[in-house]
Design a protein around this ligand. Sequence first.
Ligand code: NAI
Length: 677
Amino acid sequence: MSENQVVTVTHKGDVAWVEINNPPVNATSTAVRQGLADAVAAVAGARVAVLKCAGRTFVAGGDMSEFDAPPVEPHLPDVVQMIEDSPTPFVAMMHSNVLGGGFEIAMGCAWRIAASGTGFGLPEVNVGLIPGAAGTQRLPRLIGMDAAIDIACSGKIVKADAMLALGGIDMVSDNLEADVNSFIADLPARPTAISARTVPAFADDLIETKRAALAKRAKGQQSPLENLEALQWALEPFAEGQPKERARHLALRHSPESRALRHAFFAERVVAKPDAIKGATPRDIASLVVVGGGLMGAGIATSALNAGLSVTLIERDADAAKQAETRVHGLLEGAVKRGKMTADAFEARKTAFRAVSDYAEAASAPLAIEAVFEDVAVKREVFQKLAAVMADDAILATNTSYLDPMLIFEGIENQDRCIGLHFFSPAHIMKLLEIVKTPHTSAEVLATGFALGKRLRKISVLSGICDGFIGNRILAAYRRAADYLLADGALPYQVDAAMRKMGVPMGPYEMQDLTGLQIAWANRKRQAATRDPNERYVTIADQLCEMDRLGQRTGKGWYTYEEGNRKPLRDPEVEAIVEAYSAQNGITRRAFTEEEIAGRLLAVIANEGALIVQEGIAERAADVDMVKVHGYGFPRWRGGPMQYAKEIGLEKSKEFMQLVATDSPGSWKVASWKGVV
Ligand code: NAI
């Protein structure tokens, strides 16, 4: 028996049992790779070797913490090759997840046997990479090019039954231990090593068709296309394709895209554990009340039902309650129609849901989320009624977008139970949840908010109180900067094109047309009294609103729309208004390149994010990044605006911000970035 800390080899008769034990997910760290290399030597002489993993899963990936450092020997492709070349053939005995390096190791084995439900995948694409241990070279040889593209280019996980059907594994078992034992008792003839096989024939136009579809979906992200390219190297001899894959994998580790995606991966985990909840124990929430069953309330209720909670929705009267019920049932039904929910689950959710008009129904609930009209008086009245019937310590949450929670909760007893839970529309789909802390919110209540967010499968981000919280405050700055560009010489379509080019699904003007111009208009009116008179105020958006150009809902906004078509069309009327605005204000319009436009707008977003961190509204830059990525369509492959600013160089981002500030004196506070990144 040979052994290092993480890989052990035990001989029983003529069988060698090799076990990896590297919690939590048996990642292919240096110690695991070395242990496997030693194990290949140690199994010599055995009739067969079985490779298995201790703990909750088979090898579920590489060790990302090693990716920034130079690679250390033995390298994984060499280890996989040793396994494949071993005179003693290996059986991979797999459970739970077989991902990335884990799948590559399994493909070095002669046979693969998986417990039912095991998931297989090459998720490297999700962190801006291609596999580096011949995953793209062996997979098409094993299951064909079409299926290999689907897996490697999307990062999706394929379950054992489907993998068996693709020919990627030899058996799916409900009784792994016993089935592996009978398999090795009567081994079939050793199959040809995967690296020695050729890729089965596939359709002539397969690659081009896939390339077009991937490019469209990737919106600027390169890694799906990188994987497609690497998969094609499998058509060359293995000895040529494999080193190419390895070299590209190592190069991509240092690409901005991979850095950004790894940043996002870690940021998603960091934001879920803010300092403010350290040491606090969340309450268990199994049911909740939603007040207001409009657009947001219905979405929030649906999200909670989907997470297995029971929900009581309170509306103004019986009619409104009925309408809210119809709305929630409709959202649930939508999931059934899209094949995302079974009929049984639909019935269970309907049973867990009630829409009522009597506040007494809230009496026993541990938490209520208010989503009524954006009006302080209305919201206050709702909380008075809730406080009157609910327990003294029941959590009271507001979904307000812009109102100050301190005003909303004024007069409520026990303010430590008051919190903001700011969902995004549509609330049953959007990932982001801003959890707003008032100066009184207790750590326990905050922690409960985060636990609820996790249960609803949201990315929860802590925010302090400021106008618009983190996300909408940045949105307001972004739109203001875009409007300044219009006043100074750009046109809406140019601004949108520049931003789309950097990876957002929609530019600021198309987005406003989609969501409607009226909310921001109402906010600007509300802010008028307190706005700094020195701040530049561009009235173009207001003019459009006054003309009832409120976006797609009125058929016109920043663009015009043909009946039944959502495609924005340039509108000479709008462009004339923009140009007239410049003329009336004595501005000589000038041309902006797309780089200038995107550079300035991204600098404004990052600058506002830095101010938010400096003011303590957000705990850290990663919080800002996750708000923008999961609530506002900022490309995840750019990591978020703060990561992007770091990537292009903070000095460059600051220079752009300085230009913006100089062009509009008195309008911008420039962040120092002290302590931000
Ligand atoms: P909505 O107008 O679609 O729905 C409001 C609902 O509240 C209506 O169904 C109304 O009947 C009900 N309601 C009004 N007064 C009530 C009362 N006293 N008791 C019970 N129900 C009452 O509005 P929407 O868009 O759902 O917004 C609700 C809240 O969510 C607002 O505070 C808004 O700022 C916030 N929000 C809105 C987002 C959006 O994209 N629309 C995004 C995030 C937050």
